[in-house]
Design a protein around this ligand. Structure first.
Ligand SMILES: Cc1cc2nc3c(=O)[nH]c(=O)nc-3n(C[C@H](O)[C@H](O)[C@H](O)COP(=O)(O)OP(=O)(O)OC[C@H]3O[C@@H](n4cnc5c(N)ncnc54)[C@H](O)[C@@H]3O)c2cc1C
Length: 471
């Protein structure tokens, strides 16, 4: 059994700790934010997390997050539900004409979801109670400690150094410090090659607000939780304890839409969107619109030409790769990554650090990377579509990938098989390529989905939208 240091105590860090301690490892989580985690019922009101920019922004936890937790850590799902998390099925609540009735396997589309502070408070409480997990809050990691090399010329990490100068030894350091992870700097300072990085501003801005109903219900769901209306996307995300998140996503280049940061302009704009307007019918939980911009798409390679940049260290979840989160996949992709790490550790152990690094890179490439790539592709197309619409042009990319995404969504409204294929991509169950590989599905999508370009918009035109948003 190994002594493992996890840097960062967010969703991925806490889950990694619980998973690895479950296999008997001794895990220490080092979290920079000093605040003691409150109880789930207090979390929304009292928990500030300076280390996580998106902490108070809209979150929806996709079915894959629930499925993997139920399989691997069922007590976490029980604790989430005890804290008021919502078990939500897009099939159970939808008209039979759309779903064709409930089928075997529809349970897969169920999620257990809640506001981010509530979900993280539950994860924190479970981690605190897990035998083998120690959480040290208020400890900022400042660098890595390297020891005798396992591969000639490749630094081998043997621990971390904190900002107060303390050195904490580890058989393996797992970096879960999220989007703003400084791991490349730490590696370079330890003498390693800097991991190659793809980095770009995703180009989206989020304008969100949370609400609560008086009776514990959540608004009726009409259509997908994320819906595009020309140059804005709405997010209508049911959450825990009769709360929900309501958001608008725009292109950062869309200057007119920057007025959405004002409560009155944001509210008027949502009121103009017929399928989302009723999500305003509740008590607002914030007195302002919570805005987040400069959301990066970023991906790092830690094994280059078959050689790890360093051994004794592994990056998981957002530290490894992150995207614009409009599809709500981040926590699920992160959990898949944490599980890949746990499985690699089970299979390889740490006796041969190079073999462990290679095996984890392979697992990352095969299990996690396809989700990163398809999410990135969707986002890039959507941003280009918005930019084209602002310019008054239809978006006609050379590749047929965007047509495939859109056709699947359009066919989902007409055929129960296509609906389930679409939900499986949304739920992080099957990539679009896997979903379309089902017998006969691609033909159905081609036959039913082609009309998406001419579908009527259930909302204002671009000119009307600009007029409403700018008052
Ligand atoms: C606007 C927005 C909306 C999102 N919505 C969704 C959604 O609806 N559904 C979904 O599944 N995902 C969503 N995500 C993504 C999701 O938040 C993350 O993918 C998920 O939380 C996993 O993050 P993580 O644990 O890797 O990093 P984080 O949650 O960012 O945690 C990193 C932790 O590391 C700590 N840390 C940083 N540096 C140090 C250091 N030097 N020393 C010690 N600790 C340190 C931080 O304080 C923090 O606690 C969203 C993201 C954004 C930006």
């Amino acid at each position: 059994m190994a002594g493992i240091v996890v840097t960062g105590g967010g969703v991925a860090g806490l889950t990694t700790a619980v998973l690895l301690a479950g296999d008997g490892h001794h895990v220490t989580v080092l979290e920079r934010d000093a605040t003691v985690a409150p109880t789930p019922s207090e979390a929304w009101d009292v928990w500030e997390r300076r280390g996580v920019n998106q902490f108070r922004l809209l979150h929806f936890f996709a079915p894959r997050f629930r499925i993997e937790l139920e399989r691997e850590l069922p007590h976490v799902v029980k604790a989430l539900e005890a804290a008021g998390a919502l078990r939500f099925s897009p099939i159970a609540g939808a008209p039979v004409e759309l779903t064709g009735g409930v089928r075997d396997g529809d349970d897969d589309f169920e999620s257990v979801t809640g506001r981010r502070p509530v979900v993280e408070a539950v994860l924190s409480a479970v981690a605190e109670e897990s035998v083998g997990v120690t959480i040290r809050r208020g400890v900022a990691v400042a660098g890595l400690v390297a020891g005798a090399q396992a591969v000639r010329g490749v630094p081998h990490v043997t621990g971390v150094r904190t900002s107060s100068g303390e050195e904490i030894p580890a058989d393996l350091v797992v970096d879960a410090t999220g989007r703003r992870s400084s791991l490349p700097d730490w590696l370079e300072a330890a003498g390693a090659r800097r991991p190659p990085e793809e980095l770009e501003d995703s180009g989206f801005v989020y304008y969100g607000r949370h609400f609560r109903s008086a009776d514990g219900s959540t608004p009726a769901i009409i259509g997908p939780l994320a819906q595009a209306y020309g140059t804005v996307t709405t997010l209508t995300l049911p959450a825990d304890n009769g709360t929900w998140g309501l958001g608008l996503i725009t292109s950062a280049a869309d200057k007119a839409m920057r007025e959405l940061r004002h409560v009155d302009r944001w509210t008027a704009t949502v009121q103009s969107l017929p399928l989302a307007a009723h999500w305003l019918d509740g008590d607002a939980l914030e007195d302002r619109i919570v805005v987040m911009a400069k959301i990066e798409d970023r991906h790092r390679d830690f094994v280059v030409d078959g050689v790890p940049v360093a051994t004794g260290v592994a990056a998981v979840a957002d530290s490894w790769a992150c995207t614009n989160p409009s599809l709500g996949r981040g926590a699920s992709i992160g959990l898949l990554h944490c599980l890949a790490l746990r499985d690699t550790l089970r299979a390889r152990g740490l006796d041969d650090p190079a073999s462990f690094s290679a095996a984890f890179a392979h697992a990352t490439d095969s299990v996690v990377e396809p989700w990163y790539r398809t999410t990135l592709s969707f986002d890039r197309h959507r941003l280009a579509e918005i930019d084209a619409e602002i310019g008054g042009e239809p978006y006609r990319p050379e590749s047929d990938e965007w047509d495939m995404f859109q056709s699947l969504g359009f066919a989902a409204g007409q055929d129960p098989d296509c609906l389930r294929a679409m939900l499986s991509t949304v739920g992080v169950l099957r990539t679009p390529a896997e979903a379309l590989a089902a017998p006969g599905l691609a033909d159905k999508v081609a036959a039913l989905g082609g009309g998406w370009r001419h579908a009527p918009a259930f909302g204002p035109s671009r000119a009307e939208l600009v007029s409403i948003a700018t008052g």
